[in-house]
Design a protein around this ligand. Structure first.
Ligand code: ZN
Length: 182
């Protein structure tokens, strides 16, 4: 398994739409394994393929109770009207966390790395991660969801160079389990 470099905000690939996965082969499984390892090393809860420079509709995720997975070609079937508020971060914005409103529940259709189709439902943190990663695959970033003043502050911090000199993962403040970087 290899750790892949994570693309940081400013890299144009983060604004591109990723393409459908068509080959459910050894190369895809290797990419998923590498992404899972990369995500864990960075202490993230989710990682989309664009974030490691690959324009394929694939993301990995993991939550505290050791549930994890890799999903390809996710489609949102339904989201709840009920929302959740909470801090959210992104591995492409190391060290930045802001309150981000998301639906409380999301139901998806996905394929696993062997190509089998599944319908899954996430609530709370899982819904937040799934929707954050699907946004990535469409070139959408969490700062796009922020309240105006938070977005302004985030952009000011980015311009000041905070993303170029983030603290290493092990020195970042411990986040509440519902504040994922993904
Ligand atoms: Zn992200």
């Amino acid at each position: 398994m290899a750790l892949l470099p994570i693309r940081i905000f400013g890299d144009p690939i983060l604004r591109e739409r990723a393409a459908e996965v068509t080959g459910f082969d050894v190369a895809l499984r290797r990419l998923a394994d590498d992404m899972l390892a990369t995500m864990r090393a960075a202490r993230g809860a989710g990682l989309a393929a664009n974030q490691v420079g690959v324009l394929k509709r694939l993301f990995t995720w993991e939550v505290a109770d050791e549930r994890h997975g890799a999903y390809a070609n996710p489609e949102v079937l339904e989201v709840s009207e009920e929302i959740q508020e909470g801090e959210e971060g992104c591995l492409s914005f190391p060290g930045l966390f802001y309150p981000t409103i998301r639906p409380l529940r999301a139901r998806l259709r996905v394929r696993d790395v062997t190509g089998d189709e599944h319908e899954i439902e996430g609530e709370g943190l899982l819904a937040r991660i799934f929707l954050h990663e699907i946004d990535h695959l469409n070139g959408v970033l969490f700062i796009d969801h922020l309240a105006r003043h938070d977005r302004k502050e985030a952009m000011r911090r980015i311009r000041a160079g905070e993303l170029e000199h983030p603290p290493p993962p092990e020195e970042r403040p411990a986040r509440a389990p519902d504040s994922p970087a993904a």
